[in-house]
Design a binder for this molecule. Structure first.
Ligand code: FMN
Length: 183
């Protein structure tokens, strides 16, 4: 079985629930960046051992949270020695608006993966974009470069859309399948 880590930040619990669903699908370790932008003690070792790293952040003001960015900047120590070269990477973001500039966050995550010499895994799920589509449908938000999920500003983490969780699990399964196929 491939060794997969979902590393994420969540300020208010929404991205945390999506991260959990991705980790369930991928049978991955869940690694939370804390409110100060730090990993738990074993975090960097887990990432060093991973075959695939799935990165997640809420979109705050059109980009990743500062806590995620602190983690990204700290990963420059790994970058110096190209310690994550040739690992698989994938990304996700949750925000309040259906668009909300989540794509800018995904693009940032992609650049981070590219700086580390990684290989990017797309979402790989067709969008539900016809009249019959509902929030319970797979990939209703219509991402391609990664997993995009949406929770309205007044929705608690418990009120998030089932379709987004189903999409998150399927995304995790895909990353695991791609990781397995590399042997
Ligand atoms: C500081 C801040 C900035 C935000 N900026 C955006 C934004 O640019 N686009 C958007 O759609 N939602 C934005 N939101 C809403 C969050 O993305 C949304 O509430 C998300 O569910 C928060 O995820 P979390 O609970 O994992 O922290 C912002 C929220 C905060 C607190």
């Amino acid at each position: 079985m491939a060794d997969i880590v979902v590393v994420f930040h969540s300020g208010y619990g929404h991205t945390q629930r999506i991260a959990q669903a991705v980790a369930d699908g991928a049978e991955a370790h869940l690694l939370a960046i804390d409110a100060d932008g730090n990993l738990p003690a074993h975090g960097w070792e887990l990432l060093a051992a991973a075959d695939a790293i799935i990165m997640g952040s809420p979109t705050y003001m059109g980009g990743p949270s500062w806590q995620f960015k602190k983690f990204a900047d700290a990963s420059s120590k790994v970058w110096f020695v190209q310690g994550w070269k040739d690992k698989l990477f994938a990304g996700f973001s949750n925000s309040a608006a259906m668009n909300g500039d989540k794509d800018a966050t995904l693009t940032y995550l992609w650049h981070l993966a590219m700086q580390h010499g990684g290989l990017w895994v797309s979402l790989g799920l067709m969008p539900s974009n016809n009249k019959a589509a509902t929030r319970d449908s797979i990939n209703y938000v219509g991402g391609y470069n990664g997993l995009l999920t949406t929770s309205p500003t007044d929705a608690s983490p418990a009120e998030m859309a089932r379709g987004d969780f189903d999409t998150a699990r399927a995304f995790g399964e895909r990353v695991a399948e791609v990781a397995r196929s590399r042997g």
